[in-house]
Design a protein around this ligand. Structure first.
Ligand code: ADP
Ligand code: MG
Length: 239
């Protein structure tokens, strides 16, 4: 079977520090994978390697069966949503959504269609003429998701997209992200240090410690049959 994303013997060092160590991971088409673990365990580093924002020290990354280890981020068929929104402050929401497509030389009709569709899915239609400063945190994060959505990619990468939001918004947007996945059926790789988020969103959870995956299982198995004390302790202590 061809996987959506495959990681082969991936290592990354910052100087002498081994941040990722010989990771292997196969993700099926349409799967929602959560990378879970405490701060500093290497979740963002792994995501940034997949996105092409960091060069790996060793190993390979395949997306849609293609070896993308040395491809530019824009050529990898991925869309990324960060913890901080990274919107262009001087542009309207509509411009924020369409900018990347314009730069890529897409026709206006197609751009309009995609912006329409994203704003309908994320219910941000009424916000299109506003600037980011006029939006709430939750609305900004929706626009950030919209920017990945308009690119019509097969793989979404999320790096703690909800951790800057208050508890109520966090649970609302969590439900929306789940719905988004059910509707789009694309592959999602989602980084969090929040056990509840992981247990409610994931098809499978990869629990990381010091740049190594400790267990890769569905939420039920992780919860009921942790492979070691580390996994049991981490799952058992809500953040
Ligand atoms: P997480 O996202 O799980 O909190 P990170 O992937 O950000 O963890 O970081 C993993 C480890 O790599 C940490 O020990 C961090 O200090 C280190 N690290 C991250 N980025 C750099 C960098 N640019 N240079 C040196 N060390 C880094
Ligand atoms: Mg991180």
């Amino acid at each position: 079977m061809q996987h959506s994303v495959s990681i082969r013997d991936l290592s990354l060092n910052f100087g002498n520090v081994k941040v990722l160590q010989h990771l292997d991971l196969d993700i099926a088409q349409g799967e929602f994978i959560v990378l879970l673990g405490p701060s500093g365990c290497g979740k963002s580093t792994l995501l940034n390697c997949i996105a092409g924002l960091l060069d790996v020290s060793e190993g390979q990354i395949f997306i849609g069966g293609k070896n993308v280890t040395w491809e530019e981020p824009k050529d990898r068929g991925i869309g990324m949503v960060f913890q901080s929104y990274a919107l262009y402050p001087q542009m309207t929401v509509e411009r924020n959504l369409s900018f990347g497509l314009r730069v890529a030389g897409m026709k206006k009709d197609e751009i309009d269609k995609r912006v329409q569709r994203a704003s309908e899915i994320l219910q941000i239609g009424p916000l299109l003429q506003r600037k980011p400063v006029e939006l709430s945190g939750g609305q900004r994060q929706r626009v950030a998701i919209g920017r990945a959505l308009v690119r019509d990619v097969d793989v979404f990468l999320f790096d703690e997209p909800l951790s800057n939001l208050d508890a109520k918004l966090r649970s609302d947007l969590r439900v929306e992200i789940k719905r988004l996945h059910q509707r789009l059926k694309n592959t999602m790789i989602y980084v969090t240090h929040d056990q509840i988020e992981a247990l409610t969103l994931a098809d499978r959870i990869a629990i990381m410690k010091n740049g190594v995956i400790q267990q890769l299982s569905d939420p039920h198995t992780i919860y009921n049959k942790p492979v070691n004390l580390y996994v049991a302790g981490f799952i058992g202590s809500p953040s």
